[in-house]
Design a protein. Structure first.
Length: 608
């Protein structure tokens, strides 16, 4: 006759077996229900955005649009995880741990998307996601260290196995600090924004990981893969997630064709940070699962048996404890108090103010030019409009989509006429008055008109980014002034000086070209002067000013090409484009924050 305890065990096994029998239909029903919910979410997300717009009384920024869609998907993931936890046997601790970690990640992401400020993209360093990503990586470092200290290893391989775990611990600690304090970005800034530095760091991470696996392959195979296939599976899933994030970071340019529908910069960076956070979650789960395999002694007892340690061992372990606690404290202090917030610009002595922002109707300002007749003229590509502002900051819509405008880029003014390069339509339009239907000035043969300029005689010059050429229109004739034969790759903006020299910014060539009145084309400034992605250009008091939208710097050059950095903006405001000067020599520059929905036109008061 079975004992009472045996009867209890049999009853529990019978209950679990009965539950396991019911699992398939429950799983099928759950999957079917989730499919219905996902389809509903696909159609519900735009309605959610519309509701938010109605409640806010203004158009929802791109971040709110992305968050709404991500939230719907995250809620589906949470439901799936709860369903899996329901059907999974209680004794399957390792798989349940994985589900709990993923559930915690999904809930954290939902909390971040809901409670972060709506003008902050969640992949920006000010977002709470940066704090949790760094924290998870530091916890990965701590659990890797504990694996090396307390796991039983095969005879004769203890030293190399411990070295394996300690190296892994140090790597994750560095990754956590780099994630939160943006160490390699700061080094890139010190190197004047070398545009390949971030890609080099990514490559070094991959190279280091490959070297790590090569050195510790035998240990990895014997101590990990031979011990637990589930741990190996979770670890490989984390590596796969991290690899996807790296691929998105390195090959985001392949998706630029979607820019006319949605900002691929923001969407892909959001996905990249999401995959990196998922990788950190999976790594932490893998190390915790592996740590749970200590046999013959409990982890808590092992950690608390301080009396058996020698003084040197105690000092060594105390040192690592201080390192981990310091790292977590540093991340926590910066996350809580925002230590290290950057100013708008780094140079002192410059009186800077916000001239216009989203409250004035800015959505995606790009081109900028000053006219004594109209004031400050702004081309807003996202709003399909041209705005004009007086010097007091009072603005109005000069032309919009109702006049046939789609994506205004470069601007030029001759007397009272405003010329606009419409990139999407491949046309140059001329407006004689506000709200009127424009005249098509140039259309035939154009691919992607960008910059415009008018010389002293009223002849129009146009830069075509796709054709890699600058064309002059005069007397009904078209003349190529500079082309790829002269080194042009993607000409952006144009400007004339008082001597009739034409200056051309070229983002891909990382250079500014100069075309003399005689037609000779030379390189005026290039990457050796610090230029990484020159875009906007203006001439004032015979000095040439160039904006760089990668380094967030305004460069100033003398007519002989001597010059360098004039003003450097902080990371939040580094996407610079149009630049112009008014009659009092005050500088205006367009700044689009790549990490939030804010758009600014800054005015910098002249110091001469």
């Amino acid at each position: 006759m079975p004992s009472l305890s045996e009867s209890g065990v049999q009853a529990q096994n019978s209950a679990e077996n009965a539950r396991a029998v019911k699992s398939p239909p429950v799983a099928i029903l759950t999957a079917a229900a989730l499919c219905v919910i996902l389809l509903f979410g696909y159609f519900f997300s735009p309605d959610l955005v519309n509701l938010l717009e109605i409640l806010a009384g203004q158009p929802a920024p791109l971040e709110v649009f992305i968050r709404a869609h991500f939230l719907v998907v995250a809620f589906q993931v949470i439901l799936v995880l709860f369903a899996l936890l329901y059907v999974m046997p209680v004794r399957d601790l390792k798989k349940r741990l994985l589900l709990y970690f993923l559930l915690a990640e999904a809930i954290l992401l939902c909390s971040i998307w809901i409670f972060d400020k709506p003008d902050i993209f969640f992949f920006w360093e000010k977002s709470a996601l940066t704090f949790f990503s760094a924290l998870f990586l530091i916890l990965c470092s701590l659990t890797a260290y504990l694996n090396g200290m307390f796991l039983p290893f095969s005879p004769g391989s203890e030293r190399i196995a411990k070295l394996f775990w300690f190296t892994l611990s140090a790597a994750f600690l560095f990754a956590g600090m780099d994630e939160f304090f943006m160490l390699h970005e700061k080094i890139s800034k010190m190197l004047h924004g070398v545009n390949w530095f971030d890609d080099m760091i990514t490559g070094l991470y991959a190279l280091g990981a490959g070297a790590f696996v090569a050195v510790f392959y035998k240990t990895f195979k014997r101590e990990i893969f031979g011990r637990d296939n589930f741990f190996f599976m979770v670890l490989c899933s984390g590596i796969l997630s991290l690899s996807v994030a790296m691929l998105i970071d390195s090959f985001d340019f392949l998706f630029r064709f979607l820019d006319r529908y949605i900002s691929t910069f923001h969407l892909l960076n959001s996905l990249e940070e999401l995959m990196e956070f998922t990788a950190a979650t999976l790594f932490l789960c893998a190390f915790v699962v592996n740590l749970c395999q200590i046999k013959g002694r409990t982890l808590g007892l092992t950690l608390t048996r301080v009396g058996t340690y020698t003084p040197s061992t105690l000092m060594r372990r105390s040192f690592w404890g201080i390192v981990f606690l310091s790292a977590i404290a540093a991340v926590g202090i910066k996350g809580a108090f925002g230590v290290g917030d950057e100013p708008v610009i780094f140079e002192l002595g410059q009186a800077i103010s916000i001239f216009a922002d989203v409250s004035d109707g800015l959505k995606g300002p790009d081109g900028l030019i000053f006219s004594p007749v109209h004031g400050l003229v702004v081309g807003d590509e996202a709003a399909s409009s041209i705005l004009v502002f007086d010097l007091n900051g009072n603005g109005r819509v000069y032309a919009d989509g109702a006049t046939g405008l789609v994506s205004p880029e470069g601007l030029a003014v001759w007397q009272s006429d405003i010329f606009v390069a419409d990139d999407s339509q491949g046309k140059v339009l001329k407006y004689a008055a506000a709200g009127t239907i424009p005249i098509i000035v140039a259309e035939t043969g154009l691919k992607s008109p960008e910059g415009l300029a008018v010389d002293a005689r009223g002849d129009l010059y146009l830069a075509d980014e796709v054709l890699s050429m600058v064309v002059k229109y005069a007397g009904g004739q078209r003349q190529v002034m500079a082309s790829s034969l002269d080194g042009l790759k993607t000409p952006e903006e144009l400007a004339f000086d008082e001597q009739g020299n034409l200056y051309i910014t070229d983002e891909k060539a990382r250079a500014v070209f100069k075309v003399s009145p005689s037609g000779e084309t030379t390189v005026f400034a290039d990457h050796s002067d610090g230029l990484m992605a020159p875009e906007g250009i203006a001439v004032n008091l015979n000095r040439i000013y160039v904006t760089d939208n990668e380094t967030g710097t305004i460069f100033r050059f003398e007519p002989d090409g001597i010059g360098g950095e004039f003003i450097t903006f902080s990371r939040r405001h580094r996407n610079l484009s149009g630049i112009a000067f008014d009659e009092q020599n005050n500088l205006y520059v367009v700044s689009s924050d790549p990490y939030s929905a804010t758009r600014h036109i800054f005015r910098i008061v002249s110091d001469y």
